[in-house]
Design a protein around this ligand. Structure first.
Ligand SMILES: C[S@@+](CC[C@H](N)C(=O)[O-])C[C@H]1O[C@@H](n2cnc3c(N)ncnc32)[C@H](O)[C@@H]1O
Length: 250
């Protein structure tokens, strides 16, 4: 990611509609886990500036964040987070079977991840039997826009691609859905307009001032949480998947 994206993320994560709505959807997916066994330990793989770790992942036990960027980890420290490792998701510096839950939100699509397959194999390795994996990824290669240039996108995903990745690493799929479905037509229009009228200077989606629409978009995206967690939304800007490493795996 461009270095300025970390600062942008850090400053908008508690107010921007996308982060708030996605947190609701993520929480709804996490509720599908059987969390009767405690204590739990969580790895946030590609933790960014630490907002997920400090707000809702703490509800599931002690959280460790791994990120390849020292800038990201510096922002995590500003939030008071200390369980951090500077490392790649393709080479996680923890022994096998260390965690009960691995989360990775919008990480595997990046150019800095040389192989998403290797990363998912790593998530499988560090999870204990019966551990869960929760992935969020941007959808559809054909939807690339200027924002993908800023955040160094190497690949975008479909439900079938994510299903294949998870099953090839040995995970059982518990639930998968597209998300950010209701606002999809707007995003599609924006991307198409960008192609007809290319922006004169690079600008991140996070820096776009949308004023009063922030509240409206927040409500729309948040309203998807129970739907995305209970059914398969047919299209959307993200793919979210919950998987499990069954105890009897080979
Ligand atoms: C779009 S941000 C998402 C951050 C966070 N997961 C969130 O949801 O806010 C992508 C993050 O992945 C990190 N990243 C990219 N490639 C990585 C790699 N190979 N290993 C670990 N982290 C990586 C980036 O530094 C960045 O912090």
């Amino acid at each position: 990611m461009d270095p300025q994206e970390y600062s942008l993320m850090f400053h908008v994560e508690s107010t921007h509609w996308w982060y708030i709505g996605m947190e609701k959807i993520t929480r709804a997916f996490l509720k599908k886990m059987d969390v009767s066994a405690s204590p739990r330990s969580v790895l946030d793989a590609g933790c960014g500036t630490g907002s997920g770790m400090s707000t809702y992942l703490v509800d599931y036990g002690s959280v460790v964040g791994v990120d390849i960027s020292p800038i990201a980890l510096e922002f995590c420290r500003k939030r008071g987070l200390a369980s951090l490792a500077l490392a790649s998701v393709t080479e996680i510096p923890f022994p096998a079977e260390s965690f009960d839950l691995v989360t990775s939100f919008d990480v595997l699509y990046e150019q800095a991840v040389p192989s998403d397959t290797v990363a998912i194999d790593e998530f499988f390795r560090v999870l204990r039997p019966n551990g869960y994996i929760l992935l969020r990824l941007p959808a559809y290669d054909w939807l690339r826009g200027q924002h993908d240039v800023n955040i160094h996108t190497a690949r975008r995903y479909t439900i079938s691609k994510v299903k294949k990745l998870l099953s090839e690493s040995g995970f059982d799929l518990l639930h998968i859905s597209y998300a950010n479905t209701l606002l999809f037509p707007l995003a599609l229009t924006k991307r198409l307009l960008e192609r007809i009228f290319p922006p004169t200077s690079p600008s991140s989606d996070l820096s776009v001032k949308i004023g009063v629409f922030n509240d409206v978009f927040k409500k729309i995206l948040s309203s998807e949480a129970p739907l995305a967690a209970s059914m398969r939304l047919p299209f959307g800007l993200s793919v979210i998947a919950l998987g499990k490493k069954q105890s009897g795996y080979e």
